[in-house]
Design a protein around this ligand. Structure first.
Ligand SMILES: [Mg+2]
Length: 302
């Protein structure tokens, strides 16, 4: 993707405030139906679609959350199901993660998928990897911020800074609860001084360039590329995924949240990564069984 294409894609949404992206019409998570309770309606959407764009988050969605993020792995059976789904005509699977692109691609380990890393600031399709040009420009600021945070928080047990190139993650899953406010204070002060922004997730603070870009933008971009007749589906479990659910709300696509969040803009929910794997298998079977209109050489239906 060229610099102009990145920048024009960024203009396709009206929100110019980078902070606004994750505030899409979140509703109480308690009212979100199980995907399986609305599977007939989802099957109807599949039957009407010309193609299927299936976007999947990684941690907590494909791979179970583990105490050490570096040990997160996708179960072999899930990988097999994604491969089978992506092999079908009219289907494109994309993995959209907050991890660095090279990291998530290695963990998924499948060719032929679209990979979006660093919350969509990095994109790889068909072996062509590009980075959002404004994010590239903020790498030095991000590196300085990582060094400053490490210098101030490196002695807190269970707190770790991960520099992912164009974004950074401060992990605190193993830190004492009492230490978290101090961690947040340091992260927000240092990031603010470098004109970077901070978002939160499950036991992490994410430090990102202050540009209007997130998982919703990359899903919009991918959906626009495949065409209006395709049905976009997004499955994710965390705060940064709400941005994508917001983009797919109001029937544009189907947002599926994993777990039981207190508030979400998703249309349906799945229990856990095992349930996601079941859903991937269900999509594959449904799409493969779609009635295909057969027309003979003379243009007649046999
Ligand atoms: Mg996740």
């Amino acid at each position: 993707m060229t610099t102009d294409e990145w920048l024009s894609a960024g203009e396709s949404r009206s929100a110019s405030d980078p902070e606004s992206e994750s505030e899409a019409e979140a509703e109480s998570g308690a009212g979100v139906p199980s995907l399986w309770s609305i599977s007939d309606a989802v099957a109807d959407r599949l039957a009407d679609a010309e193609g299927l764009l299936v976007c999947l988050d990684f941690d907590g969605t494909l791979a179970p959350i583990v105490p050490r993020p570096e040990e997160a792995a996708i179960p072999a059976a899930t990988r097999k199901r994604i491969r089978a789904l992506n092999a079908l005509d009219g289907v494109q699977v994309a993995v959209v993660s907050g991890r660095a692109l090279t990291d998530v691609r290695e963990r998924v380990g499948l060719d032929g998928l679209v990979y979006a890393g660093n919350h969509g600031l990095e994109l790889e399709r068909g072996g062509d990897l590009t980075v959002h040009p404004l994010a590239s420009a903020s790498r030095p600021a991000l590196r300085r911020a990582c060094r400053a945070i490490h210098a101030r928080l490196g002695t807190i047990p269970g707190c770790r800074v991960e520099d992912k190139g164009v974004t950074a993650t401060v992990h605190y899953r193993d830190a004492a609860d009492a230490a978290v406010p101090a961690i947040e204070e340091v992260v927000s002060t240092v990031a603010g001084a470098e004109s970077l922004r901070v978002t939160d997730g499950k036991a992490v603070f994410e430090i990102r360039p202050r540009i209007p870009w997130g998982k919703g933008r990359i899903v919009s971009l991918l959906a626009a590329e495949v065409g209006g007749g395709w049905l976009p589906i997004y499955v994710g479990d965390d705060t940064s995924d709400e941005d994508a659910f917001g983009v797919l709300a109001d029937g544009v696509g189907i947002g599926v949240v994993v777990g039981s969040p207190s508030a979400t803009a998703a249309a349906a929910r799945l229990d856990d990564p095992d349930d996601v794997a079941t859903f991937v298998g269900w999509l594959t079977a449904r799409w493969a069984d779609r009635p295909v209109e057969v027309i003979d050489a003379e243009g007649k239906r046999p």
